[in-house]
Design a protein around this ligand. Structure first.
Ligand code: NAP
Length: 264
């Protein structure tokens, strides 16, 4: 299917690993020039992007700092020529129970996950409004639907992104700029690598499709929302790609119980 993305440009944060990397590679395969930003270099991702035959750039940035967010957007415009698509994907987790939350962990989570998105979208929106075109995709989390022990800071920032997406979509719509939210469930990535096998097994029992997602399985959803050809009338929307996790039935039946339910 032709996504109509060929020849466009994209800036993605946290594009060196995990879900961001899968989205960056999928964009490159569609013929999109990609700049990705993260605090550490990811030469293997850069190499793979370049092998797709597009222009690919790595931008070093600590996104918890406003001036580095501003610099990232300016450098991306400089290297790419302009930004057609902005994907706000980077995030950090510093899970702590509320009685032990440190201001360092809270502020790092707040600024990396939420403030960075607000500052980057401010800079990108000014650029896109001047061009009267553009598309923004924010990566949220199914944390927005449920509570989890120790995850107050992460939960607040991810819920904040969802709220921010609404206002951003509203304010940019008159300029033909679409803004949407992509909501991942559970995917094995560096961000989730701390989860024990025991916890992963419990997670699987809560997912109707009975397994974690693979990052390649969420990238097509990102392309769909980013494509003006495929989603020209979609803005302020959220697309959840989580194997049904957000449905969270109480309780989720086992395969045997389900079979029994449907037997005569
Ligand atoms: N994996 C899941 O199950 C899951 C579930 C729900 C939502 N999500 C969301 O999906 C998105 C991608 O996460 P992921 O799972 O793919 O994890 P990941 O591979 O660890 O990606 C996070 C990225 O953020 C970058 N990053 C973190 N702090 C940064 C900072 N201060 N400055 C610059 N870059 C920073 C990291 O790059 P460097 O370390 O190189 O700086 C990394 O590439 C996140 O928004 C996350 O909340 C993931």
């Amino acid at each position: 299917m032709d996504t109509g993305l060929r020849g466009k440009t994209a800036l993605i944060t946290g594009g060196g690993t995990g879900i961001g990397r899968a989205i960056a590679l999928a964009l490159a395969q569609e013929g999109v020039d990609v700049a990705f930003a993260s605090s550490r270099q990811h030469p293997e991702t850069l190499r793979q992007l370049s092998e797709s035959g597009v222009r690919a750039f790595y931008l070093q940035a600590d996104l918890s700092r406003e001036e580095q967010v501003n610099a990232m957007v300016a450098q991306a415009i400089d290297r790419l020529g302009h930004i057609d698509m902005y994907i706000n994907n980077a995030a950090t987790t510093r899970h702590q129970p509320i009685t032990k939350i440190t201001s360092e962990a809270w502020l790092a989570t707040l600024h990396t996950n939420l403030s960075a998105c607000i500052y980057a979208c401010r800079e990108v929106a000014r650029h896109m409004i001047a061009r009267q075109q553009g598309c923004i995709l924010i990566v949220g989390s199914t944390a927005q639907y449920t509570q989890a022990y120790r995850e107050a800071a992460y939960h607040i920032t991810k819920t904040g992104l969802r709220v921010f997406k609404n206002t951003l979509a509203l304010e940019l719509a008159p300029f033909g700029i679409r803004v949407n939210l992509l909501v991942p469930g559970h995917y094995p990535t560096p961000l989730t690598s701390g989860a024990s096998e025991h916890v992963v097994e419990i997670m699987k029992t809560q997912i109707p499709l009975r397994r974690l997602g693979q990052t390649e399985e969420i990238a097509p959803a990102a392309l769909l929302l980013l494509s003006d050809k495929l989603s020209p009338y979609t803005t302020g929307a959220e697309l959840t790609v989580d194997g049904g996790l957000h449905l969270r039935p109480l309780p989720l039946l086992s395969d045997d119980e389900l079979r029994a339910l449907n037997q005569e």
